[in-house]
Write a protein that binds this ligand. Structure first.
Ligand code: SAH
Length: 342
């Protein structure tokens, strides 16, 4: 592509690496767990999905036990999170009979894995949110937004040069476009200086706008959990292979690629009300992860007990995922704020 068309934007490179039909990272493999490249919160412990299930059920109840709604997950991975959410909500009267399950997943390989875990709930698969029918929306997205393609811009005076990917002597390298003004970055001239790098993610903003529009119109809630800051500043493009960070241009299609999520940009793009991004550890504690962990302890011993205690710590402790990951809720301004969030 570079030989034929010239340098690629980071966004095009990112999309080709993750989702190329034949060579894409997600299209061709199951990347999760000890054998894979990275481990996510739902894969660490069943308690994570249980807490998110309670979060959804409480919000559903607070909004009047909504009679019929779409339960949607963006990027469900192996389907573990949704399976735990559905197990944890089994005893909530009326919740299961009111829900229609919709899974948004671009990778055929992962769709097949999700079918194994979730077929009892008759899910419908989509590659984009827009084909999900209108109606009350209860949505979760765990480490989904970090997989959406970003563009990177470096400030040059009052203008911006875009970072792109080219080939130098057979290797992929970074290059910069000529400086140009960028209307969408006009507000970033106020909080950046010469040479600073900022990232934008138009697809993430479009999805937040769509979600917020549906929630405002029909009710519901969206819970977005990811790593990132209130506002993008600096290069956060990151590549993981076998649980180690590798240079992002080194293994196209063979390593995971992510970027930090700009929560402020998502909140701004959504027409709904939103909570503040809340530390994952605090959020899970407020929902009751410690009483749940203590309850599970009673049925565990030996190595299972040791790894259960380690999993609780990993999900909540500030030096592990507790503060790096944030949870943000989108909800209708007319409804009570969802539980556990600032
Ligand atoms: N939520 C899961 C998986 C996170 S990995 C977990 O926490 O374990 C990111 C997921 O999003 C994968 O399932 C990947 O295939 C999917 N994905 C990535 N980009 C996507 C896109 N543009 N559209 C739909 N799904 C996408």
């Amino acid at each position: 592509m570079i030989e034929a068309q010239g340098p690629l934007s980071i966004a095009t490179f990112f999309t080709e690496c993750l989702l190329h039909p034949k060579y894409g990272y997600y299209t061709t493999r199951d990347p999760f767990g000890a054998q894979g490249d990275f481990t996510t919160a739902p894969e660490i412990s069943q308690m994570y999905g249980e807490m998110l299930g309670l979060f959804l059920a409480q919000t559903w109840h607070d909004q009047g036990n909504v009679a019929a709604f779409n339960l949607v997950e963006l990027g469900p991975g192996r389907g573990t999170l949704m399976a735990d959410i559905l197990r944890a909500t089994r005893t909530i009267a009326g919740f299961h009979s009111a829900l229609q399950l919709h899974l948004i997943e671009a990778s055929p390989t992962l769709q097949a894995l999700q079918a194994k875990t979730l077929s009892a709930f008759n899910p419908t698969w989509h590659t984009q949110l827009d084909t999900v029918p209108q109606g009350p929306l209860f949505l979760v997205a765990n480490e989904f937004f970090d997989a959406l393609p970003i563009r990177q811009f470096i400030r040059d005076g009052q203008q911006w040069r875009e970072r792109c990917v080219t080939v130098t002597e057979g290797d992929l390298t970074y290059a910069l476009t000529e400086a140009a003004p960028h209307a969408t970055l006009a507000d970033r001239l106020a909080d950046t200086k010469q040479g600073d790098l900022v990232e934008t993610c138009a697809p993430a903003q479009a999805i937040a706008q769509e979600i917020g529009g549906r929630i405002t119109q029909h009710g519901g809630v969206a819970l977005i959990v990811d790593y990132g800051n209130r506002r993008s500043l600096g290069d956060t493009l990151q590549s993981l292979r076998s649980h180690h960070r590798v240079p992002p241009l080194l293994h196209p299609g063979l390593a995971d690629l992510t970027a930090h999520v700009d929560f402020e940009a998502l909140a701004k793009a959504s027409p709904s009300a939103h909570t503040r991004p809340t530390d994952q550890g605090v959020f899970l504690e407020r929902l009751g992860i410690t009483p749940r962990a203590n309850q599970l302890v009673k049925s565990l011993q030996g190595s299972a007990l040791t790894s259960h205690i380690a999993a609780h710590r990993r999900l909540t402790h500030p030096s592990e995922m507790g503060t790096l990951f944030k949870a943000m809720g989108l909800f209708p301004a007319s409804a009570p704020p969802p539980p556990g969030l600032d």
